[in-house]
Design a protein. Structure first.
Lengths: 426, 338
């Protein structure tokens, strides 16, 4: 029980934490999903209670576990450290393994969970793909055939892949201070502007940025119970990243769910505890977590230009699940005159791929209502959020554009990033 | 200090729109969710009409669909103490079809005027107004606008309305939590959930940071002052290892208070003298700073509050919130507030 100072706390196996549940119901009280639907009876019923009836040789006792959005709010509030969300994720994976998910839904889940494949197929024909996906009739047909909700916020493919932009740059800065950038699928295929802002900020701080070959982090597959496929993705990422980790080069990402997956979700859910996986996990940082470390070391460039604005901010569930506080707020507070107002909302509802599903879209929108009300009432030109799917959901529900904190930092550092920030503040 | 802490806390609650009433000299006696009597110094306005010293007959209302509150049990036990109390169980169609009715879902419903009207309509058909002076509901009368909800119910029924605490999770507890978090943030603080503090970093007689558990690697949290508020053996601030040694979990401070023989347990868990293990905690000087058995202060910027302190048995004394309030206030005044 005595832990060495600053060393990782030894974690217990997920299923063993079941017996630590004291039935206090705090998780059920905090759960944003069971608050809006009876289809999900609550984390306590599903994970620790249902867990006692789950056996590898038996069918899952309760299919309603599929309505868990995986937001991990239950884990955050549990006073006894029960790995509730992980138990639910594993129960869902068992349902998939036991073929208890209808084939049509499984096909749908596999499509929306393979973000890299979708990006590779759609991005090269971005104008056409975007036009098709914006077509109402097509969306109705897709909903009917595949079960992807017609109104769900599908992002637009970008005209240029982030890595194409990155590799075409010339006179790249060389430095002893090196950092690996993990861009994730969203930056690569949909929002390259975020990667461009990240590169700008890192290089402005004297780093040589390495963008190695990488693939999808596998989180959408984990969230849909497709553990075997997720394992392949994660193992491939570990192979591609571990040599940098061995050299002590930090791996930094702007997609907070990707960095959480590299750090914890994948190793824990998939029981991947080999030294390479552990080293990659320990070398991975959320972007603002990394910048805040630099600030504490005294090496962060903080000559930001003043931004006399009040802007709303939402800390995504996956961001809070890092358990690193609110580094984005800490870093943004370094910009003179900028005032950030935290939403304090539990969840936007999208939870990765959850809100895209026909049967879960309404739940997802109901879950996010508190946040949407906060954003609508902010009177701000845009909202700030670290997670891509949350940004898309917020914009879908409120009509307000959403940006990553790094875009604001880049703007305050002198870059005129493509998109809403330059349009409104430039 | 006691009086100042209580008064400041009352002012804070008043500002937050959820006033707590009472004083050190004049407290309250309220019914619990079991129908027993509970003495308290401060209570939210929404509970005041339930004071058992008042003679008015009460109707204790429950809901068929809400399984964690038993009005009959409350009324039976109150009657055995000479309090006039009748149980009323409401069957609300509106709640049928819901798989689980929780305190939080009821609190959200009570904030809707239409739901309150529905409740009152069903209730007034059963309630004998001539034999009732006040109505006790489970403490689920709204999360953010409880005072307004109680007033509205009083207007609609023409009777006094009050809340009776329920089994956990406690809606009044969540209201209190939200109120305190808002106050901390108003002062520039930030409250972060789900980050278990594991250990600390030091420089001479100063604490320089506390390590908390996080994804992949621990996180170092820095501040100018630190307040140890991790609780005693029930809160997890004090633990016992397999070697039988008890320890304070973050700063590894020596423990005091649990017994002269160093034996933290005794056979009678609910004995009238309390239980020694609950008295285990950190010994402090007059500034609430942890001290060694010789009386030497360990760190200049570390304070200890609440159940983490030695010598009080909050379970036996019923003093958890009182000790927390006063010591929290004192520590804040000494170094917790920038």
């Amino acid at each position: 029980m005595s832990s060495e100072r600053g060393s990782p706390k030894p974690r217990h196996p997920v299923e063993l934490s079941l017996d630590q549940c004291i039935k206090c119901n705090i998780c059920t009280t905090a759960c944003p999903v069971s608050a809006v639907t009876d289809l999900f009876p609550g984390p306590k019923y599903e994970a620790p209670q249902g867990g006692r009836f789950r056996s590898s040789k038996q069918n899952s006792p309760d299919k309603s576990v599929d309505y868990c959005s995986g937001c991990r709010v239950c884990n955050m509030v549990c006073p006894t450290g029960v790995d509730i969300a992980e138990m639910n994720a594993r129960a869902r994976a068992t349902m998939v393994e036991q073929n208890l998910v209808p084939l049509r839904l499984r096909l749908r889940n596999n499509l929306i969970a393979r973000t890299e494949l979708v990006g590779k197929l759609g991005q090269p024909i971005a104008p056409l793909a975007n036009a098709i996906l914006a077509n109402r009739v097509v969306r109705q047909a897709v909903e009917g055939v595949l079960g992807i909700h017609r109104q769900a916020p599908l992002p637009s493919f970008s005209r240029q892949r982030f890595t194409h932009w990155f590799r075409r740059r010339e006179n790249l800065p060389q430095s002893d201070r090196k950092v690996v950038y993990f861009h994730g699928c969203s930056t690569e295929y949909y929002e390259p502007r975020i990667g461009q802002a990240a590169i700008y900020v890192l290089e402005a701080n004297g780093f040589e940025v390495i963008v190695p070959e990488q693939n999808c982090c596998g989180l959408p597959l984990l969230s849909n119970g497709e553990f075997d496929a997720a394992r392949s993705y994660h193992a491939a990422n570990v192979r591609k990243l571990v040599s940098y980790a061995r050299q002590g080069i930090p791996i930094v990402g702007t997609s907070t769910s990707c960095t959480l997956t590299l750090k914890e979700e994948a190793p824990e859910l998939l029981d991947m505890h080999d030294p390479d996986t552990r080293l990659v996990a320990q070398s991975t940082y959320d972007f603002n977590e990394f910048l805040l470390e630099l600030f504490h070391e005294g090496s962060l460039k903080i000559d930001f230009k003043p931004l006399p604005y009040t802007l709303p901010y939402h800390a995504a569930c996956q961001y809070r699940a890092h358990r690193i506080g609110r580094p984005a707020l800490d870093v943004l507070e370094l910009i003179p005159d900028l005032r950030i107002v935290d939403s304090h909302a539990t969840c936007c509802g999208i939870a990765g791929t959850y809100g895209y599903k026909q049967e879960k879209y309404d739940i997802s929108m109901a879950v996010g209502e508190d946040l949407f009300e906060f954003v609508r009432g902010s009177q701000a030109p845009f909202v700030i959020c670290d997670s891509e799917t949350c940004r898309w959901q917020i914009t879908h529900a409120t009509g307000l554009p959403a940006v990553h904190p790094v875009e604001l930092l880049a703007f305050a550092s002198g870059l005129e990033p493509e998109g809403v920030i330059t349009r409104y503040l430039g | 200090m006691l009086e100042q802490a209580v008064n400041e806390f009352k002012s804070l609650s008043e500002r937050a729109g959820y006033p707590l009433r009472g004083s050190l000299e004049d407290g309250w006696i309220f019914p619990t969710g079991l129908g027993t009597a509970r003495y308290t110094c401060l209570a939210p306005e929404t509970m005041l009409a339930g004071d058992l010293r008042n003679p008015g007959a009460m109707a204790v209302v429950g809901f068929e669909q809400f399984l964690d509150f038993y009005p009959q049990l409350v009324a039976d036990n109150l009657r055995s103490m000479g309090v006039q109390a009748e149980a009323i169980m409401l069957d609300l169609d509106h709640l049928n079809g819901r798989t689980s009715v929780t305190p939080k879902s009821l609190a959200a419903l009570f904030e809707q005027p239409e739901f309150r009207e529905r409740v009152v309509r069903v209730l007034m058909k059963i309630l004998d107004k001539n034999r009732t002076a006040r109505i006790g509901f489970p403490a689920v009368l709204g999360l953010n606008r409880a005072v307004e909800v109680v007033r509205d119910l009083e207007e609609m029924t023409g009777l006094l309305v009050f809340e009776i605490p329920t089994l956990p999770p406690s809606i009044p507890g969540i209201r209190l939590h939200n109120m305190l978090v808002a106050e901390i943030e108003r002062h520039g603080g930030r409250v972060l959930d789900g980050m278990d503090v594991m250990s600390a970093e030091y420089e001479g007689d100063m604490v320089r940071g506390v390590w908390s558990e996080a994804a992949a690697r621990p996180k170092l949290n820095r501040a100018s002052s630190y307040i140890l508020a991790t609780g005693g053996i029930l809160g997890g601030g004090v633990q016992m290892g397999v070697d039988g040694r008890m320890r304070e979990c973050v700063f590894d401070l020596p423990l005091a208070g649990y017994s002269e023989e160093g034996i933290p347990f005794r056979r009678s868990f609910l004995g009238s003298g309390g239980h020694p293990v609950f008295r285990a905690g950190v010994n402090v000087n007059g500034d609430l700073q942890p001290i060694s058995p010789n009386g030497e202060r360990f760190y200049r910027n570390l304070y200890t509050v609440g159940s983490a302190l030695a010598y009080s048995d909050p379970v036996h004394e019923r003093s958890v919130e009182g000790v927390a309030l006063v010591t929290g206030f004192a520590a804040g005044a000494r170094g917790g507030v920038r």
